[in-house]
Design a protein around this ligand. Structure first.
Ligand SMILES: NC(=O)c1ccc[n+]([C@@H]2O[C@H](COP(=O)([O-])OP(=O)(O)OC[C@H]3O[C@@H](n4cnc5c(N)ncnc54)[C@H](O)[C@@H]3O)[C@@H](O)[C@H]2O)c1
Length: 400
């Protein structure tokens, strides 16, 4: 079997960069390619552009086996770690746009050799791996069977990536045993705890998609319960805690919606392909997308515009610095459109503004007429008593 020594990672964002670093720590020589000059400038100055526990130290440690640039470099293996965004359709169905993955493949094709391995780590609609394999063959001029393409979905959680990259079980979706063995030889060197499971490419793609869809459906159930509980006059957080005492029940926590790059996005990869067979997933998307509006309506029942409202928490989940696709942003904008004077408190942003909103310290936030708690950040957990003393609406059960 081919000995893998050099790996080129395409896309050094939230997933690609920690992946580069753990690969280099495992002894591989790793080149990270990105199109974003801001990211490259930071990395070439030795600084991680992402605030992720343990990442900067690991980057410092593995520095001699790492390089970053906007140029594709030949390697034994290539990891694709770019995104698959959605494009809204006129029929209300969001469609996966794989052009970024295709463009990553096109640049790999310029240096691809017989025997090389391409690992698609990006969460992708079922059958993308096969389409990328065909594209690589066409663009490189190599025979389809002369190189290997597998799908290995990434399942790490921001905030614990450096641990989970080494300890989570990995899935290798491969069309052939040879490609699977080659990919396994890489992950076996990385993993300190998790095991590697091998399946075919479409099953691996679908497994990752349904993991995200499962969580979206579970959160939609919790969000639906929060609506019912308001009507029943009972506390949804107490209700869920009691229901979860059952050994086979695990209801997630309701919130102001569902955010991030994965959970609200990935279910559409199946819904768009099978619109008549995904009623549950589609309904979950509708429930979760409507939640920011529903919370606004509850706030309006308690306090009238133009009250000063501070939104506590603007990232898409607690204790991370990632503001992308956050329902708190939709919520703050909706409040503003209804005539409230809106500020925010996002301790992880470390900037004076978050999007168009002034970013206050927690002490400043507590001076406002009303606060809405959208995330249980650790800073907010440490100040429960002070927060509870201000008129508030608690979307996430911080004060329970
Ligand atoms: N972020 C997470 O928590 C997480 C968890 C599990 C899986 N994933 C999946 O991992 C994949 C990557 O997500 P991410 O959060 O790292 O995205 P990201 O946006 O942080 O990173 C993608 C990077 O790719 C770069 N890029 C775009 N086009 C490129 C090209 N043609 N050549 C080179 N670089 C290019 C971008 O500049 C960016 O830096 C997605 O499929 C996502 O669903 C993400």
């Amino acid at each position: 079997m081919r000995n893998i020594e050099r790996i080129t990672v395409v896309g050094v964002g939230y997933i690609g960069l920690p992946t580069c670093v753990v690969l280099a720590q495992a002894g591989f020589h790793v080149h990270g390619v990105d199109v974003n000059p801001r990211i490259l400038e930071s990395l070439n100055a030795g600084k991680s552009p992402i605030d992720e526990p343990g990442l900067q130290d690991a980057l410092d440690e593995a520095r001699t086996r790492l390089s970053f640039s906007d140029r594709m470099e030949p390697a034994d293996a290539f990891f694709i770690c770019v995104t698959v965004p959605l494009v809204p359709g006129a029929d209300g169905i969001e469609r996966a746009d794989i052009h970024i993955v295709e463009s990553a493949a096109d640049s790999i094709a310029t240096v691809l050799k017989a025997g090389d391995l391409v690992v698609l780590e990006s969460t992708s609609p079922p059958t993308t791996t096969r389409r990328i394999h065909q594209r690589l063959a066409k663009k490189s001029g190599l025979a389809y069977d002369s190189f290997h393409v597998v799908h290995c979905p990434e399942r790490v959680i921001p905030g614990a990536m450096m641990k989970e990259l080494r300890e989570n079980d990995r899935l290798i979706g491969s069309p052939t045993p040879e490609a699977a063995a080659l990919a396994k030889s890489i992950y076996d060197r990385l993993l300190t705890k998790g095991s590697v499971r091998v399946t075919d490419d479409v099953t691996a793609e679908t497994a990752k998609v349904v993991e995200n869809a499962y969580r979206d459906v579970n959160i939609a159930y919790a969000n639906e319960l929060s609506v019912l509980c308001e009507k029943l006059g009972i506390d949804v957080f107490e209700l869920i805690a009691l229901a979860n005492c059952h050994p086979r029940v695990n209801i997630h926590t309701p919130g102001v919606g569902v955010g991030g790059h994965c959970i609200p996005v990935v279910p559409w990869y199946l819904i768009e392909q099978f619109p008549d067979d995904t009623t549950l997933m589609r309904t979950a998307r509708t429930i979760n997308d409507r939640k920011p509006l529903w919370v606004c309506e509850r706030v309006e029942e308690i306090v009238a515009p133009p009250a000063q409202i501070c939104v506590l928490g603007m990232t898409y989940k607690p204790d991370v610095d990632d503001l992308r696709d956050s329902p708190s942003v939709d919520f703050a904008r909706e409040l503003q459109s209804r005539g409230y004077r809106v500020t925010v408190c996002e301790p992880n942003a470390k900037t004076d503004t978050v999007f168009e909103f002034e970013n206050l310290t927690l002490n400043q936030a507590l001076q406002k007429d009303f606060i809405v708690i959208t995330l249980a950040h650790r800073e907010f957990k440490a100040a429960r008593e002070q927060i509870a003393a201000v008129p508030h609406y608690d979307c996430v059960g911080l004060l329970k």
